[in-house]
Design a protein around this ligand. Sequence first.
Ligand code: C2E
Ligand code: CA
Ligand code: CA
Ligand code: CA
Length: 275
Amino acid sequence: ASGRARVLVYDPLLHAGEDDLIQFRSELAKALGEGENQLQLYYQPIVRLSDGKVTDREALVRWNHPKRGLVSPGSFIPMAEASGLIVPLGEWVLRQACADAATWADNVKVAVNVSPFQLRSERLTSVVVQALDQAGLSPARLAIEITETAMLGQEGTTSHTMRQLRELGIEVVLDDFGTGFSSLSNLCSFVFDRIKIDGSFVKEALHRRDCAAVIHATVELARQLGIPTTAECVETPEQLEFVRACGCSEVQGYLLGRPEPAPGMFTQMASLPAN
Ligand code: C2E
Ligand code: CA
Ligand code: CA
Ligand code: CA
């Protein structure tokens, strides 16, 4: 309906009534503004296959809603994007993730998901620099995960921002590879440090030849470009062996570790008893 050569993502949440959206917006604004500890970051390890070491932890946001309980990002990120709150939410995530990572004794990198809306705003680079400075975290310890759809139709702004981030020494990762619409052209015109193969292919790889073929082809393409690949959603030892045989260099998934609140986070969130 909006014309030719346009790709729109349908999400039922975006069709929530206007009242719902207004209420949601005020609840999320409150969660962001009042420091009620409703928002929390969970961390999931990314493991290097060559030596079994954790190289990164991916920050995954959770909303502990006072009435609805733990709300998953799959449902509130689209609402945050629709209501414009994704920008302050994304800034909170960046600041919190950098502050958490600064407390990790093992010096593992922290990987942060960045919404297309953040990537398109001129502010992203300065927000990232500020988060690193405040936390005292080296740029070499931050990875930014960007989905393919983030680049659609916005090649000018996004490639400029991505270049700036990489020049600072921050790793830029292409997330959910294989689910977008312009995969190959994106790979050729943007430079990424790493590619994450979407979990949907990994989950089906042992039953479906097409999914297995996508993984094989992606790893080979990335290898030709000199970029390592990470396989998501590895749940079984068989899937692990499959992606290893394909040549993936890192893995992430329930088999290696579920997303969990970081111990440092608990310390910060606990209210200290008054003496
Ligand atoms: P994603 O970036 O692709 O993150 C991976 C998702 O897969 C996470 O879901 C993770 O919990 C889940 N996962 C990891 N291992 C396994 C596995 O072995 N099996 C299965 N079935 N699932 C696994 P989660 O935490 O619900 O996040 C969903 C999506 O929400 C993320 O997908 C990401 O796109 C978005 N998201 C999460 N946190 C943020 C954030 O801080 N900012 C933005 N913009 N988006 C976020
Ligand atoms: Ca991600
Ligand atoms: Ca992903
Ligand atoms: Ca995904």
